[in-house]
Ligand binder design. Structure first.
Ligand SMILES: [Zn+2]
Ligand SMILES: [Zn+2]
Length: 80
């Protein structure tokens, strides 16, 4: 088991802030939740293309849960 290093509990875990631009992620905005750090990232900020986003959304609604890593986590963990 590997424990994520340097994971700090934010002051407000419910706050949906994009970890890249630090702006709030609204309900209508397209964003993904990183599976490792649990932060939201706008698809534009995470350089996620539309088709990847819709694929992940589909997975998510079929209660697979979505596995998506933000850029930072992907760098740390590489391709799993
Ligand atoms: Zn953003
Ligand atoms: Zn992450």
């Amino acid at each position: 088991m590997t424990t994520p290093v340097g994971q700090s509990a934010g002051p407000c875990p419910d706050e949906n802030e994009c970890s890249v631009c630090n702006k709030e992620v609204g309900n209508k905005e397209k964003a993904l939740n990183c599976d490792i750090c649990n932060r939201w990232i706008h698809i534009e900020c995470g350089k996620v293309n539309q088709s990847t986003y819709s694929t992940l959304k589909k997975l998510n609604t079929s209660c697979q849960g979505m596995k998506w890593l933000c850029e930072k986590c992907e760098k740390c963990f590489g391709k799993i």
